[in-house]
Write a protein that binds this ligand. Structure first.
Ligand code: AMP
Length: 115
């Protein structure tokens, strides 16, 4: 049996983590190494590995990731000032954890283009 991801272990209470939201499809935690004053990860409960694995069968989950990002942006007072959503997909993007997650970043001016 393959090992659960770090994120699954956090939502299952097997590892520490600051859970800020959960519903039937997704959950959100504070990033352990924040890159901005607000840095939250929004994660599907299902261990979808990356964007490459999104298709018709799970597009409702992808949609939920975005609607929850919008909800949390509002809750953390980023909706007026602005924020960035990032999904790293694969090696060249530097994806470290092979369990899909949307980074919600805000609370400071974010530079563009990203590195
Ligand atoms: P990525 O490079 O897109 O795969 O991003 C992985 C993110 O997970 C990084 O921003 C890490 O800081 C974050 N991270 C790694 N381990 C943990 C953890 N135990 N709790 C919260 N965030 C984590």
């Amino acid at each position: 049996m393959s090992q659960s991801s770090i994120f699954t272990r956090i939502i299952n209470g097997e590892m520490p983590g600051e859970i800020v939201y959960q519903d039937d499809l997704v959950f959100a935690i504070k990033d352990i190494h924040p890159k901005a004053p607000v840095h939250i990860l929004i994660i599907p409960r299902e261990e979808i590995g990356m964007v490459n694995e999104i298709g018709q069968s799970n597009e409702h989950i992808a949609g939920r990731l975005l609607s929850v990002a919008a909800k949390l942006a509002k809750q953390f007072n980023l909706d007026k000032s602005g924020y960035r959503l990032v999904i790293n997909n694969g090696r060249d993007a530097g994806q470290e954890i092979k369990h899909l997650h949307v980074h919600l970043l805000g609370g400071r001016r974010l530079t563009w283009p990203p590195g």
